[in-house]
Design a protein around this ligand. Structure first.
Ligand SMILES: [Zn+2]
Length: 288
């Protein structure tokens, strides 16, 4: 979906924690996108010289992790916010109003077969690589599921974050374990989690997800989705998560979830909440 620009007002505390653990905290918000300037593994990169790292991410994503990207996938990189806004209209077929709104807070968006990125993070740093990997994972999810918007949004976002950190780890630019530890600290500041709830039914659609992460904290909510995906990966293996997305081609999300993992989303919700509460208790308190 759409990747949000990091909310810098979220304090030095956040930055300090991230720095301390050496883990990325970039919130992820995904939505629509597209583009290409060179070609790597069948992916076209559009946007000039500041596209470093895209080829490396594509290679790890497709060859090492085994996620599919449709032939002719495009990654568009725009050098300014205004260029990004125009790209949303021209390359992602968004309306002017929606593009204005999105360009104001988002830095990346995924659509079937395309990713659009505001290139202000471009340069090959960790956050740039994470953004590319996150959005390209959404493109892969659309390909697996046969379209947009079929998956539970919390699982689509959590899986995109999880894959992004798998990619960073393979590129020696990050660590899944360090990110997990950071997320267990930060999730304690997520309002619903702090009150002993997940309320996954209101994180399931893109619209509801956006409303909640804007209200409850983007960074904290993305950390929560990462931990939920991580729980499924640890318990069932990454292949089962991929299978869930594949099943969406022919099944509803509820049926696909039960078929892939063996229990309902409601059962998952109560079990994952209990497990995360226990794990968070063992982690340093938020603010430490
Ligand atoms: Zn996303």
């Amino acid at each position: 979906m759409v990747q949000l620009s990091r909310l810098r007002s979220r304090s030095a505390l956040v930055a300090a924690v991230a720095l301390l653990l050496g883990a990325g905290t970039a919130p992820v918000v995904s939505s629509p996108a597209a583009g290409v300037a060179g070609t790597t593994a069948g992916v076209e990169i559009v946007g000039g010289p500041r596209t470093g790292g895209i080829d490396r991410v594509v290679e790890v994503l497709t060859r090492d992790i085994g996620l599919p990207l449709p032939a002719g996938t495009r990654v568009h990189v725009y050098t300014t916010r205004e260029a990004f806004r125009r790209g949303l209209v021209k390359d992602a077929a968004m309306g002017e109003e929606g593009a204005d709104e999105l360009a104001a807070f988002a830095i990346g968006i995924a659509r079937p077969g395309r990713v659009l990125l505001n290139g202000r993070l471009a340069g090959g740093g960790r956050e740039w690589l994470r953004l590319i990997a996150h959005e390209l994972t959404h493109v892969s999810q659309f390909e697996l599921a046969g379209g947009e918007g079929r998956a539970e949004q919390w699982l689509a976002e959590g899986t995109a974050e999880h894959v992004a950190f798998q990619v960073l780890e393979r590129l020696d630019a990050g660590s899944l374990d360090l990110h997990r530890r950071l997320a267990l600290v930060r999730v304690q500041r997520q309002p619903a989690f702090a009150h002993g709830r997940l309320d996954l039914s209101t994180l399931g659609s893109p619209r509801d997800f956006t409303l909640r992460h804007q209200r409850e904290g983007s960074v904290e909510t993305y950390h929560l989705t990462f931990l939920l995906a991580d729980y499924l990966v640890e318990r069932h293996g990454f292949d089962k998560v991929v299978e869930y997305f594949q099943r969406l081609k022919r099944q509803s999300s509820a049926v696909a979830f039960r078929s892939a993992f063996g229990y309902s989303i409601a059962t998952f919700e109560s079990q994952a909440l209990a497990q995360l509460q226990t794990a968070a208790l063992a982690a340093p308190a938020a603010g430490d």
